[in-house]
Design a protein around this ligand. Sequence first.
Ligand SMILES: NC(=O)c1ccc[n+]([C@@H]2O[C@H](COP(=O)([O-])OP(=O)(O)OC[C@H]3O[C@@H](n4cnc5c(N)ncnc54)[C@H](O)[C@@H]3O)[C@@H](O)[C@H]2O)c1
Length: 449
Amino acid sequence: MTRSARSHPTADHRASTMKIAIIGTGYVGLVTGTCFAEVGHEVTCVDNDVRKVEMLRAGGIPIYEPGLEELVKQNVAAGRLRFTASTAEGVEQSQVIFIAVPTPPLPDGGVDLSFIEKVAREVAAAMTDYKIIVDKSTVPVKTGEKVAETIRRYCKAKVEFDVVSNPEFLREGFAVEDLMKPDRVVVGVAGERPVAAMKEIYTPFKAPIIVTDISSAELIKHAANSFLALKISYINAISVICEASGANVQEVANGIGMDARIGRRFLDASLGFGGSCFPKDLSAFIRIAEQLGYDFRLLKEVQRINADQMERFVKKITDTLWVLKDKTLGVLGLAFKQNTDDVRMSPAIDLCQRLLKEGAKLRVHDPQAMEKAKALLPTDGQVTYVADMNAVADGCDALVVATEWPEFKRVDLERAKRGLTHPILFDGRNLFDPAEMARLGFIYKSIGR
Ligand SMILES: NC(=O)c1ccc[n+]([C@@H]2O[C@H](COP(=O)([O-])OP(=O)(O)OC[C@H]3O[C@@H](n4cnc5c(N)ncnc54)[C@H](O)[C@@H]3O)[C@@H](O)[C@H]2O)c1
């Protein structure tokens, strides 16, 4: 369990109890539901994936998230957290219903809102008295209006309801910490009625609660994620200039990051960002802007810089190793970032696929994501999954770092050196010190240094 989550004083918050349903028990829904239960609310987590519900009921956890398993167990045991596959059951038992289903990208960059629409219909059909329906999924501006319209249309009981936008800002890998100690809580409403209930839900988290109109709340989420992606692409662009001029991007990031107006976070140069949120939220925001008559060229450039960063990294590898066909590369990391088993839109998986396309064989390791990666990487014997990170380099022509898991910093480099045909390491996450790598005798290529 993370220190922040453990140190959170929960018992004294358990005075107020709201009955809450969370529809969609994935990365966001499960962690949100669990943290709501942890502060005393009565939570029913709903998912239409029956196997997931069965697994959770049997004490299993479908995702890896530090601190989550313990918290789920405690709250299930305390009777505050339950799981069901029935939306109707969740709606019946709750005053407030959160929607946390996927909003995947469409081929044109827009957002597939069919999951949201389906849940809105299901919730509407089950409503028999006043409910607050809260959208926690990341959605385009104006989705709240559509959800309200859908519920009005499909609610046979014709009861009153309010729709609220409450975007989620958690980071995978730190989700429990982020949920328990949010920087702020954004609540977008169309009127005063649902505000008290939303405040009751969130008061135990002791964070500033910002109440806005629904459109502003929806925009806050896309604007926030786009800004963070922009920060990453900014430092990645600086890394290119650093490489060309012999400067060190980490020194530059430290130097500018200590300016409180800028901040050091999200200024780590790398092979690029990925994951289930940034790429899709960026394309969505560009598309939304386009539909509203604005060409968001700034964000298109953010995407381009990110794509270039991967190309540059692959080129570093091919420039050094020349032909990849019949070579074996060791890859450390498959998850899209540290502390998670999530491989959706992972740059590490993208990199593996590019290397495989060049004809390389791979020996890969990830502390948590190997099972999920198996579904995305070819099963034709070109990829070997290695349980011990220290054994990845054995028999390889080079070692590649693709995810910033902190434990990779402790990989046995002496052993790696012995295992490699020649000591070559490509570091897509700047985990190692170039001077130390030179001392150890490695040909070491990182980003912007
Ligand atoms: N993952 C993140 O870090 C993160 C952070 C902030 C916001 N978000 C947003 O939150 C939303 C959910 O993301 P996620 O990563 O939790 O997705 P996820 O895929 O991990 O979970 C979604 C869950 O919803 C379930 N589901 C789908 N349709 C359903 C239905 N009709 N009824 C009940 N359950 C249903 C799925 O089975 C799945 O378990 C997305 O809009 C995402 O953009 C994600």
